[in-house]
Design a protein around this ligand. Structure first.
Ligand code: PEP
Ligand code: CO
Length: 449
């Protein structure tokens, strides 16, 4: 076991962004119930993800992580899950071709329920109530009862995660992820769009698939043609829940947070002397850390020493979320510092969280162009620094929502109210996600060319 660590040692530290439960006995009761339930994922799967992430760290694979900002109980359905899974597969097919690299696929799914908030309270028409903190904690409806943190919700989140994982595993290996089928969905998308460049790329993929078929490589003899490895992740924010699902591996030892394959620490909860870092330093799962524009270089090195003292390759993914303006000035310094200190990290780009603004029509939104600008800047800076831009981290859904403006559907501020369904931040819809994958392929080719 890591020095002076146990799965509940975080309880001795200051903790940010937590709900206040007044029913302490109810809370303890739920924690102990979850503690006895089966793990949602297995240590062996985490180890296989870590092998793949090692490849990303070495520049031999690319990471695509995406899904809802906040999953919800009310929007959960097989069709919604299928559509989000589907768009990630479609994007992944385009990115695999463009980068000539395997794409490691991780959903913000099957457990992404707890949200950090900028304000503890929300005020509407003179009424002030605790903020909504995600369905695992309280209810989004604006009334006193709904906003009260309820420990029972942890059990509901566990159940929904189990249902979701069950379906994800079936989709991943039961024929849904067949590469030719995924490519045909992409051809349908391209035919509807008017972009000739997309068509050229899609036709090249068709040629590549036909060529492989002609050589005898197809789904009959290569499992990768009809199934995928798909992993889950969420922000490890509600530590009562994470601790309850943390188990010692009976085969190889070591403690695994079995609520998801990968966990990340948010921008607001990564203080070195606080509970989230204490909890995360003890688990064997791969860990993401969100890094905003105000991060200090020396802090970053200390953080890596605490979370990854053995400098294990692929263990830490630094998910930068700087904003399209800040990234040029800040990211090169961080890359240099990490390199000088010989720290192994994966660099991933979250182009969502520093590009949020309020539209003139009152909706929290993001612009597709700004998102793309941040990704472009991320790639440019990495190539200039001779560093590998390892992945992207997106908030997206397979549904045809109108939450972000732009993309080839040309969504405008006045369209946002049409289908604005998110429980938290605005997500790219399926079409915007695919637009992004096709556009991203230019940056990936930049390196190859
Ligand atoms: C998120 O990923 O939904 C989030 C809250 O991110 P950050 O911690 O980077 O603000
Ligand atoms: Co978000």
């Amino acid at each position: 076991m890591k020095k002076n660590w146990s799965k509940n040692s975080w309880r001795n530290y200051n903790i940010s962004q937590q709900p206040y439960y007044d029913d302490i006995n109810g809370l303890k009761n739920i924690e102990s119930k979850i503690g006895k339930l089966p793990p949602l994922i297995f240590a062996g799967e985490v180890r296989s993800l870590k092998e793949k992430l090692k490849k990303v760290a070495l520049g031999e694979a690319f990471l695509l992580q995406g899904g809802d900002c906040a999953e919800s109980f009310s929007d959960f359905s097989a069709n919604n899950l299928r559509d989000s899974f589907k768009v990630i597969l479609q994007m992944s097919a385009v990115l695999t071709y463009a980068s000539s690299l395997p794409v490691v696929k991780i959903g913000r799914m099957a457990g992404q329920f707890a949200k950090p908030r900028s304000d503890d309270f929300e005020e509407k028409n003179g009424v002030k109530l605790p903020s909504y903190r995600g369905d695992i904690i309280n209810d989004i409806n604006f009334n006193e009862n709904s906003r009260k943190p309820d420990p029972q919700r942890m059990l509901d989140a566990y159940s929904q995660s189990a249902y979701a994982l069950n379906l994800i595993r079936a989709f991943a290996s039961g024929g849904f992820a067949d590469l030719e089928k995924v490519h045909n969905w992409n051809l349908d998308f391209v035919k509807k769009s008017t972009k000739n460049k997309y068509l050229d790329l899609a036709n090249s993929i068709t040629d590549a698939i036909n060529f492989m078929n002609a050589c005898g490589f197809n789904k009959k003899n290569i499992p990768e043609f009809k199934q995928v490895d798909f992993y889950t992740s969420h922000e490890a924010l509600l530590l009562n829940y994470e601790e309850s699902l943390t188990r010692e591996d009976s085969i190889k030892g070591g403690w695994y947070d079995c609520s998801a394959h990968m966990l990340w620490i948010g921008e607001r909860t990564r203080k070195l002397d606080e509970a989230h870092i204490e909890f995360m330093r003890g688990i064997e799962n791969p860990i993401g850390v969100k890094i905003g524009p105000k991060v200090e270089e020396d802090y970053l090195i200390k953080l890596l020493e605490v979370l990854n003292p053995t400098n294990e390759l692929g263990k830490i993914t630094l998910i930068t979320r700087m904003g399209s303006e800040n990234i040029y000035s800040k990211l090169p310094l961080l890359i240099k510092k990490v390199r000088e200190n010989k720290k192994n990290v994966i660099w991933s780009c979250d182009p969502m969280h520093a590009n949020t603004y309020k539209s003139s029509t009152g909706f929290k939104t993001r612009s597709f162009d700004k998102i793309l600008n941040e990704i472009e800047a991320f790639f440019k800076v990495h190539y200039e620094e001779n560093s590998f831009p390892g992945g992207i981290h997106l908030e997206l859904t397979g549904l045809d929502v109108t939450e972000c403006i732009g993309g080839s559907q040309k969504i405008k501020e006045e369209n946002l109210s049409d289908r604005y369904h998110t429980h938290c931040d605005p997500r790219l819809n399926a079409s915007q996600g695919l637009d992004l994958a096709f556009k991203l392929s230019d940056f990936l080719k930049l390196k190859r060319g």
